[in-house]
Design a protein around this ligand. Structure first.
Ligand code: CU
Length: 122
């Protein structure tokens, strides 16, 4: 008879724990909304919506819209200060916002799609 009991192996994989902690930190940093002049910002078009729908950027920022839908979309400002052509799947449209202001835009194909770019000095 043996009284030997195998000890359960419950050593924590330290690397996995560190990776989880670090990825949490990285997510926290990247979720800040500050935009510096000249920095590029992407807005995705997916499932008939702009994302993010509202953004705040500094003057001089270039915004790139990318159409991820199968359907065609446009980016058309309501004050006509900028307008894309019809964007097919994976098409991109860029506009640099030089001046401060609140710029609302819609998709002319689907006018229920709305977004706003707020341009303000930091
Ligand atoms: Cu559309």
């Amino acid at each position: 008879m043996s009284s030997f009991l195998p000890r359960p192996r419950i050593a924590l994989p330290l690397a996995a724990v560190l990776t989880a902690l670090l990825s949490g930190l990285i997510v926290t940093v990247s979720s800040t909304q500050a935009a510096t002049p000249g920095q590029n910002v992407d807005i995705s078009i997916a499932k008939f919506a702009y994302g993010p729908q509202d953004i705040t950027i500094a003057p001089g920022t270039t915004v790139t819209w990318i159409n991820h839908d199968e359907a065609p979309h446009t980016v058309t400002s309501t004050d006509k200060s900028f307008a894309s052509k019809g964007m097919d799947t994976d098409d991109k449209y860029q506009h640099t916002f030089a001046n401060e202001g609140d710029f609302a835009y819609i998709c002319t194909v689907h006018p229920f799609m709305t977004g706003t770019v707020h341009v303000h000095k930091p």
